[in-house]
Design a protein around this ligand. Structure first.
Ligand code: CP3
Length: 339
């Protein structure tokens, strides 16, 4: 097993920080673009051979220290009866929640996620030396997307209005999302994931205090299912100063978004929690000179902090040049971290 990521997650000193990228599976890789000409997103996600191949592509093209399962956070609503389709402009549900659904009943069918465990088994059977990261979406992010019907818009006004207008029904839905996610995480662990990340991309849609009191208890339940079994990383994007209140019993690492300064994040975050992040993905549109400048700035962070995983502050954008990502990995590996 390439242990640099797992050693770091377990608070052991390593020669250099580990590095991987959010949304590294697929997306920017030319090898993935080629596969996309032959197969649809759903085909690649549902066939173990293809899902495993895409999961492992970043190893050869980017030389990262871990792989993340090729799947999506929107598979969880499928287990609640929502009919998901990945269109060229993004995912949609054919039977989304609407503002009229204050009494809608959802039935759980957790077996809908069974195909994903075959994908984990397949990855493990091909490569058991690289750490495999499993994941699911945060409760608020998944809730918001469940309102995304055939006319996809990026704003989640209806979902947030529903949260305020129908708190009881919202709690019922959030609880169902959480129950499915808890079982989903547990099974991912049983099938051999080595680390678990919770992607809560849309914390910033509601006040921090509202997230903390109404949503965080659900997020913590999901993280708790993995805690103590595999290391956990929580990515609460745009949660701002809310990260102050997290502690080691909630998660092992917090993934910091690109909005927050990493040195400031270190000051306010519990000392026992490690940091992942937080390179602005748009930096990869810049020149190599600009990239070098920023890498030299964050190098200081790595000289002072052993519990740091180098990653982005949000996923790769689709039109990023993968060679610039590879350049960052090479830099991490060739830098003298004086450890
Ligand atoms: O990190 C990885 O590469 C692992 C797999 C992964 C995907 N999506 C595959 C995917 C992960 C971890 C996700 C998370 C995800 N999916 C989030 C949370 C993290 C984040 O980046 O905000 C969200 C909000 C989604 C929902 C989603 N999936 C959207 C809005 C879209 C369409 C627009 C877009 O961002 O590309 C997807 C499609 C999707 N999921 C793609 C991939 C590789 C792109 C499809 C393609 O390139 O063919």
């Amino acid at each position: 097993m390439n242990n640099i990521l797992l050693e770091t997650l377990n608070n052991n000193k390593t020669k250099r920080p580990p590095v991987w990228f959010m949304r590294q599976a697929g997306r920017i890789l030319p090898s993935y673009q080629k596969m996309k000409k032959k197969y649809t997103f759903s085909e690649m996600m549902e066939h173990p051979d293809l899902a495993a191949e895409v999961t492992l592509l970043p190893l050869s093209s980017l030389d990262v220290d871990a792989v993340i399962l090729f799947s999506d956070i929107l598979v969880v609503p499928q287990a609640l009866g929502l009919d998901l389709e990945f269109k060229s402009n993004g995912p949609i549900f054919h039977n989304p929640i609407t503002t009229l659904d204050s009494k809608r009943i959802f039935k759980k069918n957790i077996t809908k996620l069974d195909y994903i465990y075959n994908n984990i088994d397949k990855v493990k059977s091909i490569n058991n030396t690289v750490p495999l990261i499993g994941f699911c979406g945060g409760p608020l992010t998944v809730f918001c997307f469940m309102f995304r019907g055939v006319n996809p818009t990026k704003n989640f006004n209806d979902a947030i209005k529903f949260l305020y207008e129908h708190p009881k029904q919202s709690k019922y839905i959030l609880n169902l999302i959480t129950e499915v996610s808890e079982e989903y995480v547990e099974k991912q662990i049983n099938h051999g994931i080595n680390c678990f990340q919770l992607f809560e991309t849309y914390c910033g849609l509601i006040p921090q205090k509202k997230y903390e009191s109404e949503i965080m208890p659900f997020s913590k339940r999901i993280l708790q299912k993995a805690k103590g079994k595999v290391p956990t990383i929580f990515f609460p994007k745009d949660y701002g100063l809310g990260i102050k209140n997290l502690n080691k019993s909630d998660c092992d690492y917090v993934s910091i978004d690109w909005q927050m300064d990493i040195f400031e994040a270190r000051k306010i975050l519990d000392n026992d929690i490690g940091i992942q992040g937080n390179i602005d993905p748009r930096l990869l549109y810049s020149s190599y000179q600009e990239i070098d400048f920023e890498l030299n700035r964050i190098k200081k962070f790595g000289l002072e902090n052993n519990n740091w995983i180098i990653n982005l502050g949000h996923g790769f954008l689709p039109d990023i040049n993968y060679e610039k990502a590879r350049y960052i990995v090479d830099w991490v590996k060739n830098t003298n971290w004086r450890r």
